[in-house]
Design a protein around this ligand. Structure first.
Ligand SMILES: Nc1ncnc2c1ncn2[C@@H]1O[C@H](COP(=O)(O)OP(=O)(O)O)[C@@H](O)[C@H]1O
Ligand SMILES: [Mg+2]
Length: 157
């Protein structure tokens, strides 16, 4: 994880999806992607677009009740989508088996701030914030530069 985030501004769900698509092109199969941000910030939207870009055709639902949902990747790998919103601490995240998924596939975790100490050092962090005008600031901490080809002008830094 690099020290400085790459910062993007998106004005619609589809712009956020383009950004997720740009990140997807870098993924190799065992990444932990930790998403944080308030309800409605766009975490599920981002993960859904990531799953789509990785070739998952099934409907990707929010795992806020199931806590963890699993999808098969077309290449044979696995994609896990977790949501820790209902958990109070990292002990509960351990109980639901979160750590056992690390290294078993791509693992996207919404509300990762509930269990920060469980995240591997090399996780990709994504922080989403809603602006008063409903646009979203999306900060990505990743070890490579992400090019969102459809909207390069809105890259802030
Ligand atoms: N720029 C944007 N990026 C992502 N979602 C957006 C954006 N602008 C509006 N939205 C809307 O905000 C909502 C985000 O919901 P969701 O992805 O479920 O958030 P979270 O999982 O963070 O609670 C969706 O209804 C989406 O259409
Ligand atoms: Mg969500």
């Amino acid at each position: 994880m690099t020290a400085e985030p790459q910062v993007f501004l998106t004005h619609s769900e589809s712009e956020t999806a383009c950004l997720a698509q740009a990140l997807a092109s870098h993924l190799t199969g065992n990444e932990v992607i930790a998403l944080s941000g308030e309800l409605g910030a766009g975490k599920t939207t981002f993960v859904r677009a990531l799953a789509r870009a990785l070739g998952i055709q099934e409907t990707v639902r929010s795992p806020s009740f199931a806590l963890i949902l699993e999808y098969a990747l077309p290449g044979g790998g696995r994609f896990f989508h977790a949501d820790l919103y209902r958990l109070e601490n990292s002990d509960q995240a351990i109980e639901i088996g979160l750590q056992e998924l690390m290294g078993e596939g791509i693992l996207a975790i919404e509300w990762s701030e509930r269990a920060p100490e469980l995240l591997p050092e090399n996780h990709i962090a994504i922080r989403l914030e809603t602006n008063p005008d409903e646009s979203r600031v999306i900060m990505i901490y990743a070890p490579y530069s992400i090019r969102q080809v459809t909207m390069p002008d809105s890259t802030l830094g």
